[in-house]
Design a protein around this ligand. Structure first.
Ligand code: AGP
Length: 615
């Protein structure tokens, strides 16, 4: 949560900083602020509650001049969204300015200590205490060296942080630091840049420096990037990556919103991931980094994830257990610390996370690692923390996903999970090569099926009318379709703030059917598979009680059409499990239309953030 961005160089800082904040706004959007070192030697800035657009308007009036600055867009954790709690925060003398993404867990003790030392704290945030710690070390042991002052300050902190710090005593110096919160750096001929996410700096250079946990960096106007470790020692070769995607991929490109763009990108994203994945020896998944013997010995899998990625885990479980016959537990990461874990030396932990920065997922993965378990991750964001801490990672290559609601990452993660399940099944002898090839060929149908659904978006447009004036809805399915129902319901909730409950269809009669009344919207995921006959009965049951039924059904299924008010048609898939992909695309489109009808900001739903870096 929260996005930070910083610049020092020869250009004016505010255009880059404000543009960077707009790119990062998906990370948090309840308040925003900017501070610039101005030529008169002072700090000048603006901060306010509300969206980045409000900040941009205020900055236009403030006429901020200067070539070194930091900026922040906030997702509130400590203290309400307000002008006062917005970042940047300054020290008592008003000469040091700081932005922070993360949570300082020991802030109460530090706050007490700082107040006792005579500091004046003006916000309710945990972040503000850091700038006062920097102030103390600047005046004390760091002797005016900002990098050293920030390093000393971070030794007092517990929790997570990505920091950007500037001060009037060292004009042009921008110090960054990170621990458990993402931070990337780059430079070009006009200066050096830092940001929470590559999307904000990719337009400057594709060559990205990634700070490791505990590292700090001093950026200078000549583009210099000097990295040190938590112990203060110089790190001569910090980790760098070259990003393959371009700045334009992180822009809206003519679509009304990022969600529309990202939904439309799904066929291409899946095609990319599927390319060259079948070799002479079955599925190619070198990213797992395990020998054939190690793979064949896997006796249990823990899948750990949150939200939409957790839904991918449920689908992956079906595929792995069915094809590879390995028992799988799918864990909600935030609940994982309370569960007892039974591992053997052959247990594999799989973390599924689009951003690779989700705090709950990282904490759970670390717990598994500490227990000696090998960790494999399925991620989208290149170089993310989850990937860096895993023994192997498959990148789903969906490209930057900006809309808070996950769409293209979901379907690509599913494709990656299917590949993984086929890989396991072949390596442990539960599936012969011919069958692997058949399944892979069937999986190749997924991009085209998604494309077909996109061409049918008018069906979702029509069906969205069923939600008008409604306060609640029910999503039903059986087997893997129950997971599609869960994901569809999550999409409706997060985008339109309309209550939606997902239920295994057979369980409905044990309670939730009492909600059904005239016109009550029910979305039934009922493709032509072994769940269809029983689903048809469930649809008749709710129809008899006046429900308005929207079915996701396989082309030409007239029986389903006869019982439904609206049908979202999906093409026939050779492998029934892969119905989850075109079904997901319909349910994404449906959720978007319902949200648009309600006047919601589909890219930035209230209270949410793209990357949930707090536990
Ligand atoms: C999905 O639409 C959500 N915004 C959310 O549930 C998300 O999937 C979850 O926070 C996990 O994120 P991750 O995949 O980046 O770990």
């Amino acid at each position: 949560m929260c996005g930070i961005v910083g610049y020092t160089g020869t250009n004016q800082a505010s255009p880059f900083l404000l543009e960077g904040l707009q790119t990062l706004e998906y990370r948090g959007y309840d308040s925003a602020g900017v501070d610039i070192l101005s030529p008169d030697g002072g700090l000048h800035g603006v901060k306010c509650a509300g969206r980045v657009a409000t900040l941009v308007e205020r900055c236009a009036q403030a006429n901020l001049v200067g070539t070194c600055g930091i900026a922040h867009t906030r997702w509130a954790t400590h203290g309400a969204p307000s002008d006062r709690n917005a970042h940047p925060h300054r020290d008592c003398s008003g000469t040091i300015s700081l932005v922070h993404n993360g949570i300082i867990e020991n802030f109460r003790e530090l706050r007490e200590e700082l107040l006792a030392n005579g500091h004046e704290l003006v916000s309710d945030t945990d972040s503000e205490i850091i700038v006062h710690l920097v102030e103390e070390s600047m005046q004390g042991p760091a002797k005016g060296d900002l990098l050293e002052a920030v390093r000393i300050a971070t030794t007092r902190l517990q929790g997570s942080w990505a920091l950007g710090v500037i001060c009037t005593e060292q004009p042009g110096v921008l110090v960054c630091a990170r621990k458990n919160s993402p931070l990337v750096i780059t430079s070009d001929e006009t200066g050096a840049y830092c940001a929470s996410d590559i999307t904000a700096i990719i337009g400057k250079s594709r060559h990205i420096t990634q700070l490791e946990d505990g590292q700090l960096a001093r950026l200078t106007p000549d583009g210099g990037i000097y990295v040190i470790g938590a112990d203060g020692r110089h790190v001569p070769n910090p980790q760098t990556i070259d990003v393959s995607w371009s700045a334009s991929e992180a822009k809206r490109g003519g679509y009304p919103d990022f969600m529309s763009k990202e939904v439309a990108e799904q066929p291409d994203a899946m095609t990319r991931l599927l390319a060259n994945r079948l070799g002479d020896d079955g599925i190619v998944l070198d990213e797992l980094n395990m020998t054939d013997e190690e793979v064949a010995a896997i006796d249990r899998i823990y899948i750990i994830a949150c939200g939409t990625s957790w839904h991918v885990g449920l689908v992956a479980k079906e595929a792995i257990e069915r094809w590879a016959k390995i028992p799988v537990s799918v864990e909600i990461a935030s609940e994982f610390s309370y569960s007892s874990v039974l591992i053997t030396e052959h247990t594999l932990c799989v973390v599924i996370t689009q951003s690779g920065e989700t705090a709950d997922t990282l904490a759970a993965a670390r717990r598994m690692k500490a227990m000696g378990c090998r960790v494999f991750s399925i991620c989208n964001v290149i170089g993310c923390t989850a990937a860096r801490e895993s023994d192997g990672t498959i990148y789903v290559q969906a490209g930057p996903e900006i809309c808070v609601a996950s769409t293209k990452a979901y379907t690509s993660q599913m494709v990656a999970s299917f590949l993984f399940a086929l890989y396991l099944a072949h390596k442990n002898g539960n599936m012969g090569l011919d069958e692997v090839k058949e399944k892979y060929d069937a999986l190749l149908e997924a991009p085209e099926a998604a494309r077909t659904v996109l061409e049918r978006s008018w069906q979702d447009r029509n069906a969205a009318r069923a939600f008008q004036g409604r306060v609640s809805s029910l999503y039903l399915g059986r087997g893997v379709n129950a997971t599609s129902a869960r994901e569809g319901a999550l999409k409706i909730k997060e985008l339109s703030y309309l209550h939606a409950e997902a239920y295994p269809a057979g369980e409905m009669k044990h309670g939730s059917i009492s909600m059904v009344e005239d016109g009550y919207p029910i979305v039934a995921v009922v493709p032509d598979d072994d769940t269809r006959a029983k689903m048809l009965s469930n649809i008749q049951e709710v129809k008899a009680r006046g429900a308005c039924v929207i079915s996701v059904a396989t082309d030409d299924d007239e029986d389903i059409a006869a019982q439904s008010d609206y049908v979202l048609w999906i093409p026939r898939m050779t492998e029934p499990m892969f119905n989850a992909i075109p079904a997901a695309v319909h349910l994404q489109l449906l959720a978007r239309f319902v949200a648009v009808d309600r006047g919601r900001d589909v890219d930035k739903p209230r209270n949410l953030a793209k990357s949930v870096t707090v536990e």
